[in-house]
Structures are given as C-alpha cells and as structure tokens.
Design a protein around this ligand. Structure first.
Ligand code: URA
Length: 435
C-alpha cells in the first residue's frame, strides 16, 4: 500500500477501505508518512468528505494508535464531557465539581486554547500553582481519592490525532465534519469513560456556525460513540454570544467560582445545570435528567460543588484560598468600559468578534506555543435581548497596557448591534441528540 494512492483515491471522491485508513493512521502515528502527504490527504477529505463508515474507521484507528485508559477499573461509572469549543465556555470548571459532588467520578482531560476558542487548561492554570500535567499514576490516584481530576491529555493518548490535528491547524483543514468528529471521539474513546456527554456548539464563536451543521456533527459523534460501546448523548447549544459574561482565563475562573458560590450569570448557571443533569443521567446515577437537575441544584446550592472544586485545586497544587478571595487571581493594571452610543435592545453580541478581541488582548494564541496573559479579557455587561440606555456599559475590557485597552475598545464596537425593536433572548440549547 502507498500513501499517494490513498490520497489520489480520496482526491477523486472515492470511499476508502478500513485497511487503507488503518495504514494511514499507523503511518501518521509512527512518523513513516511525511507531513506533506498527511496534509494533502486532510485537504482531500475536507473537500470530498467521508462517509460515516470511513469516519468510524478513522476514529477507532486513531483511538487505538496509543495508550488507552481503563477508567472503568479505577473509577467505575465515570462520565466524560466534551465541548467542541467556544468563547467564554468555562462549563467544565463548574460541571466537573457538581457531578463529582453527586458521587459520579469525572476525569476531565482538556486542551489549551487555540484561535478564538478558549482552552480549559489555560483557565485552570490561571489559578496560582495549579498543575495540569499529571502522570497516569497521579490521575488514577486522584480520581480514587476525590473523584475529580482536571488534566492535560497525555501525549500517549490517540497520538495519531495529536499529529494530524497539529497539521490541520496550519493547513486550513480544521473545519471538516469527519475530521472534527473523529478527532474528538478518538480522544474520548481512548480516555476510557463508558458514558460521554457532548456539548456541540453552534454560532459565530464555534467551529460550526449554524445549528444545522452542529446538529449533523452531533449526530455523527453520537453514532461513533454508541458504535464504540459508549453511552453517548449530545446537546447542541448556542455560541452566537459568549457563554456567561467573562471571556479570558482568570476572569472566567472568577466567574466559575462566583457560580459555585451560588451567584454567577443566569445563562451560565442554567447551562451548567443542564449539562450536569444529562451527565448524571447518562452515567446512570439518576433515571431522568429532571432528577439529575434537582440533584445538581442541591449540590450547587448546598456548597458541596464548591467544596469539591476546593479539594481539586488543593490536590493539584493550586492556591485554594482563591475560593474565598478572588483578588488572589491574576488581574490587569488597565480597565475601561465600552459605552452604549444609542439606546435600544441588544440584537447581537458576536461571540466570534469578542473572542478575537480577547485573543488580541493576549488571552489566546495565534499559533501553537504562543504565551498567553492569564489576566486579560473582556467582561460583558449585556446579553442579547437586554434593553440599554446611552452611556450604559456594553462590556469592560481588562488589558495589559493602555494601547491594548483602546485598541480592544475600538475593535469591540463592531461586535455589538443595537436595534430599536424588542429582541428575544437567545436559547441556551437547541436540541438533544441520543441514539
Ligand atoms: N477539537 C478537537 O479535539 N479536534 C478537532 O478537530 C476540533 C476540536
């Protein structure tokens, strides 16, 4: 078999066999196939697509390309959760502690932010001292002790995806449905949880810009997960405006702690409770999501989720005093608001544009390996549907320098649209997809 023949077949729109896909994945993981051939193949897939059968084969081959965790042995009943990425998406920081406080183990492996999509690892690391590069032994010990782990994905897990994703990132081949579905699901399958809840985002701040596209991606991922013997459920949620108010690493940690203390933005709290409820149901802790929601609310309101968050921060070397004193989180020297120029109703708070402004402030990376500033970001004062008067704040910018502040303020003007007529608030969720 030769890689070039497989590239040509895909270029011409043909369906690849399981053997061809297996050959490619093996060559990607071992380094035998050079970058230029992998990139050419990824571009052919982007244009020609893949059938669901090819996508399942690609996922399973990538999941099997490295180490696989047997979480069930160490943490029976563990539930995994994955978001396809968005702006202001700090859900894991709240949902992990809620679900663990309900007695369901959570081992959450996350990535770093890239482009406008924030990364949960960057958020955790904005807590002083917090370590995320845990060894396999540390992960297994901690999940046994406190039922909750937040760590980076180890390089041994689905290594073929690691190499392929890095190449896709620099060759314009990320936004391909079969490549995204197989990339996400290969890591979920290799991570070992028997139950998986997917939060598939739709909107300007997500990979999939429309609800229809996100729903197709969600359906494919559910089919792949269930086909691999994992109970998999997907929720399609909105990423047309940021989730909650805060965008930026330490700012999002602050908002997550406020939510765990019983306050926090209404949309973010509601989003977390729904995801937690579906995790509890999918993991078999409760029979109905309705019961899961009641249990999740009890653990959030009663402070058990905050206690779990505190135990996690302590276990991973972080300064747990941040739970009581938010001023211990990194903060910027320069702050300023963007004011409303004409009264009306907020029709748009564009997640993509706000995410980009936050990256330019230094909260995210333009390319892999860039350093980030944990303190910078944007805190919205409004959501779509809100009524505003002239002079009100649309958002507060947290910048490292006065120049950064005024540049972001200029840039953010284009992210908001205000109209005269009343506007309905946006839905949090569009649909739930089960097998
Ligand atoms: N997240 C992933 O892990 N892979 C993708 O392809 C896109 C988002």
């Amino acid at each position: 078999m030769r890689a070039v023949d497989i590239i040509i077949r895909k270029r011409d729109g043909e369906e690849l066999t399981a053997e061809e896909i297996g050959f490619l994945v093996k060559g990607i993981a071992s380094g035998d196939i050079p970058d230029y051939q992998i990139a050419a193949w990824a571009m052919a897939v982007l244009w020609r697509g893949m059938t669901i059968r090819e996508t399942v084969d690609l996922t399973l081959a990538m999941a099997g390309s490295g180490q696989q965790l047997d979480l069930e042995k160490w943490a029976p009943g563990a539930v995994d959760k994955h978001s396809t990425g968005g702006v202001g998406d700090k859900t894991t920081l709240v949902v992990g502690p809620i679900v663990a406080a309900c007695g369901v183990p959570v081992v959450k492996m996350s990535g770093r932010g890239l482009g406008i999509s924030g990364g949960t690892i960057d958020k955790w690391e904005s807590i002083p001292g917090f370590r995320t590069d845990l060894s396999r032994g540390e992960i297994l010990r901690q999940v046994k002790e406190i039922g909750l782990v937040a760590c980076t994905q180890t390089a041994e897990l689905a290594p073929a995806d690691g190499r392929l994703y890095a190449l896709r990132d620099v060759t314009g081949t990320v936004p391909s449905l079969p490549l995204i579905a197989s990339s996400v699901m290969s890591k979920k399958i290799a991570s070992g949880a028997r139950a998986i809840v997917l939060d598939v985002k739709a909107g300007s701040g997500a990979f999939m810009e429309t609800v229809a596209e996100a729903s197709t991606l969600a359906r494919w991922m559910v089919r792949i997960g269930c086909g691999a013997g994992r109970r998999t459920v997907a929720l399609v949620s909105g990423m047309f405006q940021p989730l909650g108010f805060a965008v930026g690493n330490a700012l999002e940690v602050r908002e997550a702690i406020e939510t765990l203390r019983g306050a926090g933005p209404k949309d973010f709290r509601g989003h977390c409770l729904t995801i937690a409820a579906v995790m509890l149901q999918t993991g078999g802790r409760v029979r109905h999501a309705r019961l899961g929601r009641a249990l999740a609310e009890e653990k959030l309101n009663g402070g058990d989720a905050l206690a779990k968050f505190r135990a996690l921060v302590r276990a991973q070397g972080g300064d747990e005093r941040v739970c009581d004193d938010l001023s211990l989180l990194p903060a910027t020297p320069c702050r300023g608001i963007l004011a409303v120029e004409k009264a009306g109703f907020i029709a748009e708070a564009n997640a993509g544009k706000i995410g980009l402004a936050s990256v330019r402030l230094g909260a995210g990376r333009a390319k892999k390996g860039d350093t980030i500033d944990p303190a910078v970001g944007i805190v919205l004062s409004v959501k779509v549907g809100d009524r505003v008067r002239r002079g009100d704040s649309l958002c507060e910018v947290h910048a490292a320098t006065p120049e950064g502040l005024s540049q972001a303020q200029d840039e953010l003007k284009g992210a908001f649209r205000i109209v005269r007529e009343k506007v309905k608030p946006l839905p949090l969720f569009y649909r739930t997809i089960r097998r």
